[in-house]
Ligand binder design. Structure first.
Ligand code: HEC
Length: 221
């Protein structure tokens, strides 16, 4: 081969171009994204809940992103009041946007489902609250203890349909942190955008409250 340099040079140009388009340009666009005033950093408990979320593979069935109205019905389904923007994720490392939607999107689940008791029952037995649910139960995030051994600080969960002779279900610190994290998921604060900037940045204006919904029957309040 006589013109090896041409081959090597060509390969470098292709790789360099791909790097620029896929890494360099996006980096310069996103590097200065600042936290919106309405977004709080995670508390210690919420951050712990986030690691429980990661450890248990929730991302394999749940996304955390409301996509633009122009392409999808995410807002109409009740998954958010507006599409999410890069600033919504400034505290998320690693981000958990996900790609699979076997279950509903969770980036605004804190608005939809604020009741911690609902979440605890749902993790122990999803079908106790959603009859048709195909979400797996996470019973290993609870302890089952005889009633007389329940301590004063234990969080007992009243699981529907459990008999008085059965051991009591007590939430572990991990599942309490996970619920704390889920309840913090709320990306509905207004985004500080100078007039007209939303359109320039490709950000849709907040949509009307949802009328349609996914099968869960839960919409944005
Ligand atoms: C195998 C897929 C699967 C996995 C894994 C999974 N889920 Fe789900 N999830 C679902 C499905 C399907 C639903 C809808 C039915 C229901 O509400 O139970 C759902 C519903 C939910 C809801 C209620 C959302 C709403 O708006 O109604 C929450 C909260 C939730 N999941 C959290 C989690 C968390 C946290 C984990 C990880 C510990 C997890 N899920 C793992 C499939 C899954």
């Amino acid at each position: 081969m006589k013109q090896t340099w041409l081959l090597v040079g060509g390969a470098l140009v292709v790789i360099g171009f791909a790097w620029m388009v896929l890494v360099g340009i996006p980096h310069t666009m996103l590097v200065r994204v600042e936290a919106p005033p309405g977004l709080e950093p995670y508390t210690e408990s919420q951050a712990r809940g986030r690691t429980v979320y990661i450890r248990n593979g929730c991302i394999y069935c749940h996304t955390q992103q409301v996509r633009d109205d122009a392409f999808t019905s995410d807002v109409a389904r009740g998954w958010g009041r507006r599409p999410t923007v890069p600033a919504d994720y400034v505290y998320d490392r690693p981000h958990l946007m996900g790609t699979m939607r076997t279950g509903p999107d969770l980036i605004n689940v804190g608005i939809r489902l604020p009741d911690p008791e609902w979440h605890l029952i749902h993790f122990y037995d999803p079908r106790a609250v959603v009859e048709w649910s195909i979400m797996p139960p996470y019973r290993f995030l609870f302890d089952e203890v005889p009633e007389e051994e329940v301590g004063p600080d234990d969080r007992v969960v009243a699981i529907p349909g459990r008999g008085p002779d059965e051991p009591v279900v007590v939430a572990t610190p991990d599942v309490l942190a996970l619920v704390d994290y889920l309840r913090s998921l709320n990306r509905s604060y207004p985004l500080a955008q100078p007039a007209g900037a939303a359109e320039d940045a490709g950000i849709a204006e907040p949509g009307e409250p949802a009328e349609v919904d996914d099968r869960s029957g839960r919409t944005m309040p």
